[in-house]
Ligand binder design. Structure first.
Ligand SMILES: O=C(O)CCC(=O)C(=O)O
Ligand SMILES: [Fe+2]
Length: 405
């Protein structure tokens, strides 16, 4: 079911300090009905120093709804890679088959991972006329309590799976057309799917600013709880090479389509409704022509597919939990090599030998190869390859850094 558009309203908030109501800033909160996909946020905790603005893309006729597919069960990897090589799409109900759906809740995750486990959380904060980023390591139990009332609080890119491998069994089955993960055949831990499957757990108003994912990977993001609002457009016609993602992002800010403030300190700002209107009216310069914008609310139970080098930004319109996977597959293998070529020719040749054909992937991924390469010279060789292919990069979603410890 489509989530109804949520129209923001400007409200002034105050908090109780020593029995007195203190003004604490201005928020844009959605006042639309949040329906069955999540609960409306409750206010009252000391939290109102964030500037939270959920964009209303529905009012822009030039921003297209992302296509939704209900009858996906017979889709083959071949059909998928042709139809969606350059087109985001939502697979409705796909996540409803997973044990995680309905099972992953605040209580479940705290129980599975441990309430004292420290996690990296962030939150935007307005100081004076500027927005800043607050970040800290907090016990998961504290985060799970605070996320219910603290606007914008985000546990993003959380790599819980390598330590809690049992959680991976909860995101299964992944249909073949979304499970064509060529890196996973490489017999070195750094390339394991576990290191490319982060969790995003955020409160109402938490957000990730506009970026495209590292290494020209393709990505899917599965909504397990709550609703996320996505905006996407292709970054393939931007002149910057993929490893200069930051410069591509700064182009967005310089042109005026995006804000200079962000929530992560890593990427760019947020593309705004006003910015899109100006772009469509031909008032902005320095941007490729004919950009087409797409948006959707992705509710619990649905999965969004993001093609390689597509810009995307996300606002959580309710508290939400989702899980992403970044990977190399038939539709982005050449794009991945193009990216690698700029980093290391040796690594590019090695990757072509290892994953460039079906036969190579079968041999390299066999139990025998894993045994041979799990120690001695083989292990050293693959660790070196992992370092070359990944170490030189400034990570987008973190998986490269994490994989390499
Ligand atoms: O959910 C988010 O906040 C960001 C997700 C994202 O950027 C991704 O899955 O690649
Ligand atoms: Fe991303």
């Amino acid at each position: 079911m489509l989530h109804p558009p949520v129209r923001p309203a400007r409200v002034h908030l105050s908090r109780q300090v020593g029995g007195k109501a203190m003004p604490t800033g201005e928020l844009l909160i959605p006042c639309g009905v949040l329906t069955d996909h999540g609960t409306a946020p409750t206010f009252g905790a000391p939290m109102a120093d964030s500037l939270v603005d959920i964009p209303d893309y529905a009012r822009l006729e030039h921003v297209r709804p992302i296509p939704r597919l209900r009858a996906w069960s017979r889709l083959t990897p071949e059909e998928f890679s042709v139809t969606y090589r350059d087109q985001p799409v939502i697979f409705e109900g796909l996540v409803k088959q997973w044990p995680a759906y309905g099972k992953w809740s605040r209580e479940f995750l705290v129980g599975a991972v441990g309430s004292e486990t420290l996690v990296d959380v962030r939150r935007p904060m307005a100081l004076g006329s500027h927005q800043h980023q607050w970040a800290a390591k907090v016990p998961l139990g504290v985060f799970a309590r605070e996320v219910q009332t603290t606007l914008g609080l985000y546990l993003a890119e959380w790599y819980a799976h390598p330590r809690h491998t049992a959680l991976l069994a909860d995101i299964d089955p992944v249909p073949d057309f979304l499970d064509d993960d060529w890196l996973a055949s490489i017999p070195n831990d750094a390339f394991n799917t576990l290191h490319r499957t982060p969790v995003y757990w955020g409160g109402f108003g938490s957000a990730t600013d506009c970026h495209f994912d590292n290494s020209n990977t393709v990505t899917w993001n599965a909504s397990i709880m709550g609703t996320k609002r996505w905006l996407l457009f292709s970054g393939r016609t931007f002149p910057e090479p993929t490893w200069e993602r930051k410069r591509a992002s700064h182009r967005l800010i310089r042109s005026g389509i995006a804000t200079p403030s962000n929530h992560t300190l890593k990427f760019s700002g947020f593309v705004t409704v006003d910015g899109i209107e100006k772009y469509v009216a031909g008032k902005l310069h320095d941007l490729p022509e004919n950009l087409t914008f797409y948006w959707a609310d992705v509710a619990a139970g649905d999965l969004i597919y993001v093609p390689w080098r597509w810009f995307h930004q996300v606002h959580n319109v309710t508290e939400s939990i989702s899980v992403s996977r970044y990977y190399v597959s038939r539709e982005n293998y050449l794009a991945y090599l193009t990216f690698l070529r700029d980093i290391s020719r040796t690594a590019t040749v090695a990757m072509r030998l290892l994953i460039g054909s079906k036969r190579a992937r079968r041999v390299v991924g066999s139990a025998r190869a894993r045994r041979v390469f799990s120690h001695g010279v083989g292990k050293v060789l693959f660790s070196r390859l992992a370092r070359i292919t990944t170490g030189a990069l400034v990570s987008a979603q973190g998986w490269l850094d994490i994989a390499l410890g």
